[in-house]
Design a protein around this ligand. Sequence first.
Ligand code: UD1
Length: 424
Amino acid sequence: MLDSIRIRGGNPLFGETKIQGSKNAVLPIMAAALLIKGVSVIENCPNISDVDHMLNLLKQLGCVVQKGNRSLHIDASNVAENTLSSKSVTEMRSSIMLVGAMLGRLGKVVMNYPGGCVIGTRPIDIHLDALQKMGVTIQERKEGEDKYFTATVDEMSGTFIKLPFPSVGATENVILAAINAKGTTILRNAATEPEITALCDFLIAAGAEIMTIEDEGENTIIIKGGCRLEPVCFKVPADRIVAGTYVLAVLGAGGHVFLEDAPVSHMKSVIDLAKSMGADVNVCERGIVILADSVKESLQYLETGIYPHFPTDLQSPLLAILTIAEGKSVIHEKIFEDRMLIVDELNKMGANITATGNEATITGVDKLIGTTVKAKELRGGAALVIAGIIAEGETTIENRNFIKRGYEDIVRDFCNLGVVINNG
Ligand code: UD1
């Protein structure tokens, strides 16, 4: 069957695999390249479809792009186009990431409201409100079912902005908009995810002046506007969510695994959880080694949260492994309102999960049984791969393309860890 993954499960994981570059870091960094007149070189870039989408968007704007094996060259010397096609925008929510940089560079953006994973309504009000505070005018229009907006500004003004919620995307957009603003922008209640730090590191390497402080208990980012950015070569950090997915797979199936390059300092919540569930986790210079028996005890209660709490992107993989823990576990999804799409698929494999709103109650079963299931979004798709690895017999996961949005080659990585897995 095309676009599927087949797994013969039921065995522990043994071996080692290397962790790819971070999806959520590289996407805003690619947007930031728009602000640099010259060629930005981005290394350790994951080979995923979201990067290809972002490259297409940059090309539409006039960038000359070149993609190597794990590197990107983005030449934004001649950017002139300010309209993004609706097809590419609806395919990827991160297209919203371009708004701040495009406004800083071109003073105008025309695009429709972005798409992305089906994990809730995912509004962009926090982005647009913050940009309006910087002097941007937003006009909306509707054509049939499609809703577009035009954002314009003569010159962005640095100002004080306090986000109502530390949205990752809105924080990145304000930082990017603030680079070419007149004056200094002070962004209070900014997100603290490591991907924000990576974006700031890229911009600082290019010549930006950005400072992060704790102000009255709130993370505050101060960006001095008007610094000229010069071309830079930057290495994307490893992906903490991909590494976390593989840690959870070892917890589910048991085994002994080395994850090379795992960004340990950004993975405290998942490492703590692995230890609390009995795994032996050893941090070494080049990554982490995990030794675990297949999960036995339930978790009682866990909620997802903003960094450094347990990431929402690992909620579905966690759900997958708790299906075989003894007793009851309750998982509360606190970031997105509709991120339980995987429950029906896991139940098809013999799991016993009931989901009400944002809360899932998992009653452990002896085993999962392989069958055909459908990925409906990126992280849920990866979680079904974990379920297939745990399950007895053969599992087929349809809609592999969702997983390719964020995992370079999940089949290759699990093959490295001894799983009988192939693309169907
Ligand atoms: C980013 C990550 C995503 C991760 C999420 C939370 C990227 C490309 N994606 O998504 O993998 O799951 O952070 O860690 O980096 N919200 C609003 N209005 C807004 C913006 C957000 O209500 O204008 C809400 C969202 O609907 C959601 C919550 O805030 O409920 C968190 O969203 P946000 O932090 O912005 O996540 P993203 O940047 O979309």
